[in-house]
Design a protein around this ligand. Structure first.
Ligand SMILES: [Zn+2]
Length: 117
């Protein structure tokens, strides 16, 4: 219990230190460009579903590393349910909708999650 709490605190502390990266013009432009060129969710696509992507996700967690953060080879287009659901399932093994890192509201739509799991 103690361990879980401190892990959560640590993660939010860490994310604070790199949150500003999401506000940079380079990211905003790159993100829009990536979504234009890769408009469909990668995870849903693997399941044969054509779902519009709204989030650019980092394949390898950047943890504040600018090189990884701005490396377009490390980007993938995801729909919000896949982005938040998949990452959260990885971390907590549960599904909890919320606002994504990009500020996009997570749609109440679980079909992607079912497809991923
Ligand atoms: Zn999806």
């Amino acid at each position: 219990m103690e361990k879980q709490k401190s892990n959560l605190d640590k993660r939010s502390e860490e994310s604070k230190s790199w949150r500003h990266l999401y506000k940079t013009a380079l990211w905003q432009k790159g993100r829009a460009w990536h979504l234009r060129n890769n408009p469909l969710c990668v995870f849903c696509g693997e399941k044969g579903l054509a779902v519009p992507a709204t989030v650019v996700d980092h394949i390898k967690p950047h943890k504040g590393d600018r090189t990884l953060f701005f490396d377009q080879k490390n980007w993938q287009s995801l729909c919000a349910p896949c982005h938040d659901g998949f990452k959260q399932m990885l971390e907590k093994n549960e599904w909890r909708p919320e606002i994504g890192l990009d500020g996009w509201p997570v749609e109440n739509d679980s079909h992607c999650i079912e497809a991923v799991s």
